[in-house]
Ligand binder design. Sequence first.
Ligand code: HT7
Ligand code: ZN
Length: 893
Amino acid sequence: PVTISRQSYRPYPFEVTAVHLDFDLDPASTLVTSRLSLHRKEANAPLVLDGEELDLVSIKVDGQLLDASRYEVGEHGLTIHGLGQTVELEIANRCSPQANSTLMGLYVSNGVFFTQCEAEGFRRITYFPDRPDVMSRFTVTLRAAKAEFPVLLSNGNLIGQTDLPDGRHEAQWEDPFMKPCYLFALVAGKLTWRESRVNTQSGREVLLQVYSDPGNENKTQFALESLERALRWDETRFSLELDLDRFMIVAARDFNMGAMENKGLNVFNAAYVLADPDSATDANYGAIEAVIGHEYFHNWTGNRVTCRDWFQLSLKEGLTVFRDQEFTADMMATGLDETAAASARTVKRIDDVVTLRAAQFPEDAGPMAHPIRPESYQEIGNFYTATVYEKGSEVIRMQQTLLGPDGFNEGLAEYFRRHDGQAVTCDDFVAAMESVYQKTHPGRDLSVFRHWYSQAGTPRVKVDMRYDDATRRCTLRLTQSCAPVGVERLAGIAVKPPLHIPFSMGLLDADGKALPLKLAGSDAAASDSCLLELTTETAEWVFEDIPSRPVPSLLRDFSAPVIVEYDFSDAELALLMAHDTNAFARWEAGQQLATRQILAATDAVRGGQPASLSDSFVEAWRSVLTATDLDAAYRARALALPAEKTLAERMTEVDPIALATARDHLRAELGRRLAADWQAAVDANQTPGEYSPDPIAAGKRAMKNLALAFLLAGGAPQAEAQVSEQYASSKNMTDRMAALSALVNFGPREAANTALADFFERYQSDPLSVDKWFTLQATSRHTDVETVNGLMVHPAFTLRNPNRARSLVFQFCLNNPYGFHRPDGSGYRYWAEQVLALDRLNPEISARLARAMDRWIRYVPALSAQMKQALEDVRNHPGLSRNVTEIVSKALE
Ligand code: HT7
Ligand code: ZN
């Protein structure tokens, strides 16, 4: 496989000023005619166009058929020689949408044509320079049978529509903005839609539309409202206005990722569009609003200013994730008083950090570790990662922390002033931010900060605290380190330069009261929180007038994506958990306490000892459970156990079954010992009346359902009846699913099986609910490979639909420690079979499943040997895609 490196970037030797695409849509064989207006920028260079799995029909240059001696067609494209300075090139080719199971390029899903062009799908539609720095003005003609494909959509504005004699019809679309081909889209089929007209802040009326399969018209209201909220938020928070007259979202049943930000025509995985209370959970509603926001925000951060090359992917993705996280935080805080709003924001921050730690930290320590701006790749599809997205967002957030919210907004405005309409780099972004930073921080710059873009690995910050009674001074020393990981390790990189780390902290006294912080040598007024900027390997800060040895509150609000090392005692953690004025750090203290308990219990399980948990830990949990001054959403987070994937990263040798057993044991014990308090939480957090996904109601449901799960796990006598009653009588999917999940995981098997059968009966005609049904079974501790294989032959199962494959195969391999890690290795053999089966259909998806083995080397020897064998079996399989080859080879390197 060919490795492409960031340093090898060369500008494209031609400009493609205009593109007209003409589609004769036919599921079996679609004729694409593309007319390109080309302008040469570099003398003598041949025109190299990308193209994959296409049948070339003809090439014309300035209206004349091109002689075969002037071009070569290969497996990966077309090269044309001897073109003049300014040329009109016409290429006709065919492709086969119906046979396209990769869901990249032009494909058919449930009888509707869709396209997916990012990152390199356009080359599967027609021959073209399929790279983001070639930007053109696009016009599109779509032609299809009117009865089967009544709706014909593409980017921009509809400029004409005509019926044709043979039962066909055509539509012409024009996109007024220059764009790279990865933002091209078409959709054609039988679709229903919901729309609204709104005025932008400058007073222009724009049409917003959400399209879906007929029958789903009642499930698109929340999506349309979310789109309106996103449009308003970008105006108020960043003064960014919708630049089109029409903005469309279309739901697709078959989709590789969450959604795609094609200019003016976003294509969405139906899971992020369709919702009603009976079929969607609070989490589904939250994800819909977030993903709709994300794609909408790309219109500026990604589309108006795009990436020069795919190494710069985080330029648009990290920034847009940051924007969607802020959007959600603001939406969650809307209408609340100051204290409640602050808590709502912390809840969102906790959720994002939980995701980062469970998905990105392991990635950053494993064989696929890469900087947010990777240095090389074999297959760009493999780099739509938690690092590029989630760590990328953290890197943007740190810039906001360093510049302050106003400075950050000014920096963003400067970025658009400099680069609107261009394809640029991460360096260009930082340079715009730096221009503002330097105004407010004379003599300083972001040169050290830039290393965040080129370094992989999660940095560690070791904290040493000294207190001197005599001088009443407290000294905090921070020392950073970041071990070489992934490719860095292979390249022999031993020393990495320090990073610029914004480190927010506070100090508490022995009663848990916040101490005013006064930095020696600074004339800034004392405050409860302090932002330390660590830019060297080690630095010290001295706080004055500290009455006694304090307890430090560290990395408040998770001000940097790092791991903090400080030797807290259990009592200090309990103090922070009870009193820290920073709600994030308070949550963090509880998670650390729980982590200690679970890891100790895991050791006990491994040693065949009974796992016990300390009374002080139970009391710490009780204090939050009964703290009714804290809102329900926050308490639900504070009382949840740390994720298994996060815990596994803390073990020197991962024994997944012992870990899961210990974690389950802890839940059961907390359930048993705090039963009365859990029951009180269930009773206090009922949400009678009509369902609403708003954060307050969702928070109450989260708290109530967490409490129910603890009660059932703890064997409370009344719990099974309560959970079964909730399953049967609830009027919303959140409560129904929570009850079913509790039954499946902690209830008697018979009750669980009866409820599962009922669920399928009720929801079999709704694909997204059926996905939930598969997921519950895939992750049940009673499920092994045999059970999964049984589910795979269920009539509702298919590997061809990514959501369905994810709901069963991925969930089993990634989220079922008991079944997947059976000591007989059956889970690993199943994984290998499914990676290979999926690879024949859809390499983007198979490569994602392949990553389930990323951390194989860290497991106990008996498991890791079998995992290695499964990886080798896959790697040695002939005909493996480039996507999977890259993943398994890196895992075995
Ligand atoms: N920008 C989008 C990327 C995407 C994608 C990438 C590879 C294969 C399929 C894909 N579908 C969408 C998603 C986003 O907004 O981040
Ligand atoms: Zn994105």
